[in-house]
Design a protein around this ligand. Structure first.
Ligand code: MEV
Length: 333
């Protein structure tokens, strides 16, 4: 694993990588316990750690305000250890709804845990619990374990407020949010292989997940009857999940597009997202925003990835293509 530099610098001690995620169904509603489905995408974040004279991240001093997730993990795993220089690279666009912050927590956590306990393998349960804690901290106490679990586990991750008779149940997560205590049952699925792709369209507009989540919380507080919209997203997520389990991708796409209309009504879309969604729709089985919305990315489920990706680029977006369900966090050789 260690690599050697020819310049006489210290050698890298560990390299770990973790995937981003794309939510197919249920963003926002999952914060209130409704079912949701996310897939690990091909795009990954990689961290390498090299001994140094002080802690740093890509050349800047490690700073608890700038790097809260990394500082939290360092304090847990390597508080007493000699300092390290972290180098972060990868192809997950930041602040775009593709789970780059959870991927950072899971890759850095896996690397630091390996340095602290080289004899132990990756503790996926413990690591995803820590990554969820970091997300909750960053999102004002309102965060589902979706991003953290998908980046750590890989494949397809399903959340619900009760155990579902699908895939493999892996663990329970709980969080006390400003609206009360939430419980999520986390499951993992392996998608049926098919000639099917996700094309992600990035608007290039950065939106804050915590602001988007707080906006939905405020809308529900102002008009509690809007909780019906949250339940309707849950119903569609359940339908989409059943279609995914059966490998019926036409029905999966249909449910994605329906999910988008509900998210738009909830107020979390944006003109830029709508432009990319309109452009991708003709060559896709389904289209929706993915993640917290307000900017960030949309996703299209398609059998024509090149055509869909060109349509997104022509409409002013940046596109990424991924198969469904990729490997979770791993140590790199
Ligand atoms: C963000 O990727 C997804 C949201 O549902 C927030 C969360 O689940 O914590 C908007």
């Amino acid at each position: 694993m260690p690599t050697h530099s020819s310049m006489g610098e210290e050698s890298t001690l560990v390299v770990a990588s973790a995937p981003g995620k794309c939510i197919l169904f249920g963003e926002h509603a999952v914060v209130y316990g409704q079912p949701a489905v996310a897939v690990a995408i091909e795009q990954r974040l990689t961290v390498s750690m090299t001994p140094a004279t002080s802690w740093s991240v890509d050349g800047s001093a490690l700073d608890a305000n700038k790097h809260p997730h990394i500082t939290m993990l360092r304090d847990i795993w390597l508080n007493e250890a000699p300092p390290m220089a972290l180098h972060i690279s990868g192809d997950i666009p930041r602040a775009s709804g593709l789970g780059s912050s959870a991927a950072l927590s899971s890759a850095v956590g896996a690397a630091m845990h390996h340095l602290a306990h080289p004899e132990k393998g990756i503790d996926r349960d413990g690591l995803s619990a820590l990554a969820h804690r970091a997300e909750a901290h960053a999102q004002g106490g309102r965060a589902s374990p979706m991003d953290a679990s998908t980046s750590v586990e890989g494949g397809v991750v399903v959340l619900s407020d009760h155990k579902e008779p699908i895939g493999k149940w892996i663990y329970t997560r709980q969080l006390t949010t400003p609206e009360g205590k939430r419980t999520w049952e986390v499951h993992k699925l392996t998608p049926q292989q098919d000639d099917i792709y996700l094309v992600l369209g990035n608007t290039g507009v950065h939106a804050s997940t915590s602001k988007q989540v707080a906006m939905v919380a405020d809308a529900l507080a102002a008009d509690p009857s809007r909780m019906n919209e949250i339940h309707a997203i849950g119903t569609i997520a359940r339908r989409g999940l059943a279609a995914l389990v059966q490998g019926d991708y036409e029905a999966v796409g249909h449910a994605m597009s329906e999910n988008h209309l509900l998210l738009r009504n909830l107020g979390v879309s944006s003109p830029e997202l709508e432009t990319l969604i309109r452009a991708a729709a003709p060559s896709s089985l389904g289209v929706k925003l993915t993640g917290a919305g307000g900017g960030g990315c949309m996703v299209a489920l398609t059998r024509e990835p090149k055509q869909t990706s060109e349509a997104i680029e022509l409409a002013g977006g940046r596109s990424l293509i991924s198969r469904l369900g990729n490997e979770g966090v791993r140590l790199e050789p």
